[in-house]
Write a protein that binds this ligand. Structure first.
Ligand code: MIG
Length: 678
């Protein structure tokens, strides 16, 4: 049963689909104090949630700020990343307000969704280890409280409220190659050719900002991509999908139709004086389309047809926190102070003032406080200052695209994912996990993010495999991909200027090929698990604690995940590792995949073991009494021979497996029609 409370004058976000009647009075679990809430955390209570954030699956011990941020350094000292996912799940001895330390309330699972478009600070045992403090810039919110017998039950309740997760076309479960700096159509051809030559599977190639003419949305660079239509056709023949990026900022340029139209119709965000608000992003000076204004939103969304008309069937939306390189106001301030400092003998204070000032130009808080939206749910005249609704921008940009794409292509699904997000956006698109680095610690971070994101409804997700920033290594990429075998979005992506990280740039091609083969062999399973999670409102990836709540060790394992009802995975995330310690929470059988082969290895009883995991081996642990389907590998998703599946099981009486098989393309999803029990 979900309870809904209101505080202050909440601004509608459209995060949830259905709203239970308001419960009057106070919430029994949270102490209201000033502009926020607090609650006592007993030593054993685990706090899950917050989707895309730094640190562990258990969020205790840090302070998180829900404010969508263009944060290219996902270091553990950061407080925000790109998404704002204000869902928490407390599991353990959760106290009612009036409970005391010596009257243990007993095992509880309580979910909270704090629905407000502005900033929230979650101090989860950071200031005081046994205390959670949640503070709001504006104490105007809807609070949803869910109680369940298990964490899974709480999640399902929440997901029912929040609505069905986005479903991509099946081809989007294939391997994708991306890099910021594919600068010509021949660069793209080369990717396809090399993968073909080396027999490495590939379903998509991503186009970063380089394909546009001077970084203008919905344009194509005539010089370097003059044969765009031809390129799309050639790729289609190879069954490769091109997936272009779309940015939030619209370049200010006379004669550029998107700019001209937006200006004329008043569709851009405004400054204090009602003028179109100007910021610097990729193309230089830009305006932000007012994604919160329905008319502007539909206008922007309808522009995607310029690319779908040319055969494109997938997009990624970037910079929609929205990211701001600079505003003119900020630049002026900085430049004028710089001029003052120019002749000075800089000491420790002035030197750091200077470098800090420059480093702080981008994404400055004052800039977020100096522009306005026209939002139908804003009180009064619809006009609302950006920072008050900041966390909705990426959501509404992606919704703009999704709504228009559904009109343009009512039959066929289109791939769509975003960088910034708010809960609610999970119905319209997926997300990628932003600008990670080619660091081992980020591989672990990305593993830990999966269940947290799934709770919040984000199922179509994955990290930049190999790492986006800084130079990758062959070994790191191999391990990243070995984990990526399981994530719905499996994309190798890297920043301009970093070491090339397309598979063919490395020595050990065989090993890479082996890993990708396993992805395609597991596709019937992965796709089924995805579809069931989306259609039933469950999680594809779960922490071990969800299934083994009474097992003290399992409760605290954060580097292994459950996948569906059947599997446990334990990815390697350390350099030079030959394997790793794995906690087996119940009898399980190890299946070792290597390219086209599968070794059914030993059965493990509950306990800790060291399991060998040489590069290129993919290990999965199957629970007793379960089975999974495995296909032959293929070079494209559509060529995976789904009619001829092998079944691998563990135990005499394995439960039937629910295989979900549809055409992977149309928008008619039905569990009844498409599930086959095998
Ligand atoms: O500030 O388009 O996260 O994936 O390659 C960088 C260039 C802008 C950030 C995205 C990244 C993309 C890059 N973009």
């Amino acid at each position: 049963m979900t309870k809904r409370y209101q505080f202050g004058n909440p601004i509608e976000t459209e995060a949830v689909l259905y709203k239970p009647d308001i419960t009057k009075g106070e919430c029994e679990w949270l102490q209201q104090s000033g502009r926020g809430f607090s609650c006592h955390l007993s030593r054993e209570t685990i706090v899950y949630g917050l989707g895309e954030s730094v640190r562990g699956i258990n969020k205790r011990g840090w302070l998180y700020r829900s404010f969508c941020s263009d944060e290219p350094e996902h270091r553990e000292d950061r407080h925000s990343l790109y998404g704002a996912h204000n869902f928490l799940l407390l599991s353990g001895d959760v106290y009612r307000k009036e409970d005391t330390e010596d009257a243990l309330p007993g095992q509880k699972n309580i979910g909270f969704f704090f629905d407000t478009p502005g900033e929230i600070v979650f101090d989860i045992g950071y200031t005081k280890s046994d205390q959670m403090e949640i503070t709001f810039s504006d104490f105007d919110l809807e609070l949803y409280v869910m109680e369940g017998d298990s964490p899974d039950e709480v999640v399902s309740e929440f997901r029912e409220l929040a609505g069905r997760s986005y479903i991509p076309p099946k081809w989007a479960f294939g391997y994708g190659q991306s890099r910021w700096s594919y600068e010509t159509s021949d660069d793209v051809r080369k990717i396809a050719e090399e993968h073909k030559r080396l027999k490495i599977p590939l379903d998509s190639v991503y186009l970063d900002i380089d394909y546009m003419e001077r970084y203008k949305d919905f344009t194509i660079d005539e010089k370097n991509f003059g044969d765009f239509d031809q390129l799309v056709r050639e790729m289609k023949e190879e069954k490769i999908h091109l997936v272009p990026i779309i940015d939030a900022g619209v370049k200010i340029e006379e004669g550029y139709d998107v700019y001209e139209e937006g200006k004329e119709k008043g569709y851009f965000c405004k400054d204090e004086n009602g003028e179109d608000f100007t910021v610097g992003v990729w193309p230089g000076k830009c305006h932000f389309p007012d994604m919160l204004n329905e008319e502007a939103r539909h206008w922007f969304g309808d522009k995607y047809h310029l690319l779908t008309d040319r055969g494109i069937d997938g997009f990624w939306n970037d910079m929609n926190e929205p990211a701001i390189f600079y505003s003119e106001k900020r630049l002026e301030k900085v430049f004028s102070r710089m001029r003052e400092l120019m002749g000075e003998n800089l000491d420790i204070d002035t030197f750091f003032e200077m470098t800090g000032m420059v480093a702080g130009i981008a994404n400055h808080r004052e800039d977020y406080e100096s522009f306005y939206h026209s939002y139908p749910y804003a009180p009064g005249d619809r006009k609302i200052r950006h920072d008050k609704v900041h966390n909705l921008y990426g959501y509404y940009m992606t919704r703009a695209a999704a709504e228009s794409l559904e009109k343009l292509s009512p039959e066929k699904r289109i791939l769509l994912f975003s960088r910034a997000s708010y809960i609610g956006m999970h119905r319209y698109g997926g997300i990628w996990q932003g600008d990670n680095m080619s660091w081992w610690s980020h591989l672990l971070l990305n593993i830990k993010m999966m269940p947290s994101l799934n709770m919040c409804g984000f199922l179509y997700t994955g990290a930049d495999l190999g790492g986006f920033g800084s130079d990758t290594t062959e070994e790191l990429l191999l391990r990243f991909l070995s984990f990526g075998v399981f994530t719905p979005l499996m994309r190798n992506h890297a920043a301009k200027g970093t070491r090339r990280q397309e598979i063919y740039c490395f020595e050990n091609i065989e090993c890479f090929r082996d890993i990708l083969k396993v992805r395609y062999r597991l596709l019937p399973y992965l796709y089924s698990e995805y579809m069931k999670a989306a259609l039933r409102g469950t999680m594809m990836f779960r922490p071990l604690a969800f299934r083994y709540p009474g097992d003290k060790i399992a409760r605290h394992v954060e580097d292994q995940l459950l996948l569906g009802e059947e599997l446990m995975i334990a990815p390697v995330y350390e350099q030079n590792a030959i394997g790793r310690a794995v906690y087996i929470p119940e009898r399980m059988k190890l299946f070792r995949f290597r390219g086209d082969s599968i070794d059914e290895e030993r059965v493990y009883e509950k306990g800790y073991y060291f399991v060998d995991m040489p590069l290129g081996d993919i290990c999965i642990f199957l629970r007793e009494g379960h089975k999974i389907p495995v296909a032959d590998s293929a070079l494209r998703v559509e060529n995976v021979p789904v009619e001829k599946l092998e079944i691998y099981s563990f135990g005499e009486k394995a439960e039937p497996y629910e295989l979900y098989a549809d055409d992977g393309e149309t928008r008619e999803y039905s569990l009844e029609k498409n599930i086959i029990r095998i």
